[in-house]
Design a protein around this ligand. Structure first.
Ligand code: FES
Ligand code: FES
Length: 165
């Protein structure tokens, strides 16, 4: 089966019912999406599929079809395409802001929060605090970094606003 991951067509030999997470992590060696709960509860496995956040731990490979999968590794190119940039930046503004604000602690939740923040800022470039809280509601951080995460998403919004296509 072929799937489109971070702009490239990739082959998978996995059973069609295999969770997408296993294909991305085990077959394709991507280390962004992580296994947390395996039950669509924590968000650590999230990826974008056609721009929408999806929990890859409960998404069978067969359901993806030819839709575009973006993982944490593909966020810079995703952003460049979204903004019509001629050059792919080193990091998506969300990734830059999380680094600048030192938002993650152990980092386990970071993948899912970054993916969800990228989706949110694509929809709402200047989200309110309430919108950010609402968007990230389903992402669990066992280290309790939520205040820093909130600040980082707000910073990402201002970094994005400075980018001109
Ligand atoms: S591992 Fe997928 S939501 Fe927790
Ligand atoms: S930084 Fe450790 S789980 Fe969020």
């Amino acid at each position: 089966m072929k799937i489109k991951v971070n702009g490239a067509l990739r082959d998978s030999d996995a059973d069609p019912q295999t969770p997408l997470l296993y294909v991305l992590a085990d077959e394709l060696g991507l280390r962004g999406p992580r296994f947390g709960c395996g039950l669509a509860q924590c968000g650590s496995c999230s990826v974008l599929i056609d721009g929408r956040e999806v929990r890859s731990c409960v998404t069978p490979l067969a359901t993806v079809g030819n839709r575009a999968i973006t993982t944490l590794e593909g966020l810079p190119a995703y952003f460049a395409a979204q903004k019509g940039l001629s050059k792919v930046p080193e990091m998506h503004p969300v990734q830059q802001a999380f680094l600048d604000e030192q938002a993650p602690q152990c980092g386990y939740c970071y993948n899912g929060i970054a993916i969800k923040a990228a989706e949110l800022l694509g929809d709402s470039p200047q989200p309110s605090e309430a919108q950010i809280r609402q968007a990230l509601n389903g992402h669990l951080c066992r280290c309790g970094t939520y205040p820093r995460v909130l600040k980082a998403v707000q910073k990402a919004a201002s970094l994005m606003a400075q980018v001109r296509s």
